[in-house]
Ligand binder design. Sequence first.
Ligand code: NAG
Ligand code: NAG
Ligand code: NAG
Length: 296
Amino acid sequence: MDMESRLRTRDPDRAHVFFLPFSVVRMVQYIYPRDHHDMKPLRKTVLDYINLISGRYPYWNRSLGADHFMLSCHDWGPYASGGHHHLFFNSIRVLCNANTSEWFNASRDVSLPEMNVRSNVIKVGGPSASGRPMLAFFAGGNHGPVRPVLLKHWKDKDSDVQVHEYLPKGVSYVELMKKSKFCLCPSGYEVASPRIMEAIYYDCVPVTINANYVLPFSDVLNWKAFSVQVSVEDIPNLKNILMSISPRQYIRMQRRVKTVQRHFMMNGPPQRFDLYHMLLHSIWLRRLNVRIHPQD
Ligand SMILES: *[C@@H]1O[C@H](CO)[C@@H](O)[C@H](O)[C@H]1NC(C)=O
Ligand SMILES: *[C@@H]1O[C@H](CO)[C@@H](O)[C@H](O)[C@H]1NC(C)=O
Ligand SMILES: *[C@@H]1O[C@H](CO)[C@@H](O)[C@H](O)[C@H]1NC(C)=O
């Protein structure tokens, strides 16, 4: 935000939204007693923080937090936000862990794409359909509610649908993504998967397999046009579902993957339509739903 002074103001009367700059990652690092399984100090810290700013400034009480936003990609982001009732139910929470079964509310919260890599250091792009001999690919740990089902049905079952728990030695994960027409992105411990972004970067059509997940930027991006959504129940039919997409349809979808790539790129300084602008746009859309009553 510091690089985009056009969008940031230090004059609170000119601000549409207020950022709550706390980091759940740092809190886990410094406040969570490792292996204690007691996460309460996280919530206590968030509560103290909100009490501090609501006592010190007039802005929180004016909207009960509705024009304030937090951001966290940590698995425990939603849990930490529960430290203060109004943060949890009123504020705009920008979260990777966008699980609608855990109170993520798509009309108020923002789904943050999860990523492993800094997009400005990866080499974006990949072969066209004819350079992709495999139908589908996945490699990753067998955890969470979805992957055991995927591995049970597809691990070592079919050379077109390559589902691995561990990659064979000497094989590059990125190369396999580039050899595959579709990249499987099942939920892991949490609903979001960095594979969705990776697939998009490497021109591989993402296949999201999850339940209760709100896809990022779904206010403005038509995910069905450039990705395939498969429910957990349909995992046994995965190959049929992907085979039913005609080569012409595939080419169109892959072209659209390239079209949306720029919305998932991080640039420093930010550029129009990139990830940063998309996030602020999502926040802005939600802010539009909030009316602030001027105080007498
Ligand atoms: C906001 O409300 C809280 C709780 O009612 C109160 O303790 C606090 O002093 C208020 N803040 C301001 C700036 O008046
Ligand atoms: C989601 O948020 C909107 C806007 O704040 C609210 O009207 C709605 O009741 C919420 N839905 C749920 C299920 O909490
Ligand atoms: C989403 O939340 C529900 C309710 O807590 C949970 O059962 C489910 O496993 C979560 N999904 C993932 C992928 O973690």
